[in-house]
Design a binder for this molecule. Sequence first.
Ligand SMILES: Cc1ncc(C[n+]2csc(CCOP(=O)(O)OP(=O)(O)O)c2C)c(N)n1
Ligand code: SF4
Ligand SMILES: [Mg+2]
Length: 344
Amino acid sequence: MLDTKQNIGDFTAPQALDPWKGIKRIAREEYFTSGHRTCQGCESAQVMRLLAKAAGPRTIVLGSTGCMYVANTSYYCTPWALPWMHTQLGSSGSAAVGTAAGLQALMRKGKMTKEPINVIGVCGDGGGADMGLSAISAAMLHSEYNLLIMMYDNESYANTDIQTSGSSPYGSHTSFSPPGKAHRIMNKHWKKNTAAMIAAGHPECKYVATVVSTNPLDTLNAVRRALSIGGPTFIHSLDPCPKGWDYDPRYSHEIGELAVATGIWPLYEIEDRKIKLYGETKRIAEGKLKRKPVEDYLMRQGRFAHFNKDDIAYVQAKVDAMWQSWVIPGVLPFAAADGAAGTK
Ligand SMILES: Cc1ncc(C[n+]2csc(CCOP(=O)(O)OP(=O)(O)O)c2C)c(N)n1
Ligand code: SF4
Ligand SMILES: [Mg+2]
């Protein structure tokens, strides 16, 4: 049962987008079509395609600067068959709130037909997890607006030639972190845990999900759920990027699968403060599937080609800790301190 809040103040009811049960039910219409200039094998482009398909025609997309702006709007061409607007690199959150508020005002004044219109702010990891985090955080406070922030994470500032972002994984070779003789590992930080941070810190946020387009049906249904539930919502997709991750474009799908199978990228949904692991992540957590070694994922990508055995062991140990000592495996990075009040 959806919480539509139809009659509360200015709140406009969200669209009721039922989940597609099985691939035969997926709509055939495409709203992110040909005419873009993303690299071959670009999973972020695939995420845009799934996002637009799941949302359908009564949708407005606000896209912050990055590959999914530049490569999708070059030379007066665009693959978007939906109203789309560019917004500044750090402002997907404010653009989404402003658009949702504007639509409400126009409908309230009778200048537009009252109808549910999906509002989606799209940002990359640089634009979302780093530069636009404060605007997204503010957007997540506004329970009176229906909006989705879709953060596509190719783990770098890709459009400006693969600079390190807060989402770049430990040790990855980027143009800001080239391995050298003096320092083999230049990027020493562990990837920012953005989805869990948004979920834990924003009580008004109704829905948070992590997705990978290797699972297209789950990704489509996460978007449909986010847009149906009402209020501010957030989806974080991990997007293999052949250029930045340095592998042959034909392997994007396999790399996405390995991110989940190794436990590096846990798949989960948090709806109204309840978490549900899904897909292979759920099977791993239930002990029905063994996690693959992280080496299987790392060594498929040129950005980790400089890793030695110790580096691989370090990443494996960190991922093991995510699964073995976090309060929720792969999601909440806390372990109970001995004797801490209220902990086991
Ligand atoms: C305020 C500001 N600083 C820097 C830039 C230059 N710039 C344009 S796109 C981009 C990379 C954005 O990275 P991300 O959000 O991860 O998207 P991606 O390019 O990876 O798709 C940068 C740094 C800009 N447009 N605006
Ligand atoms: S650099 Fe990466 S994210 Fe950007 S268009 Fe190419 S594959 Fe896609
Ligand atoms: Mg990026």
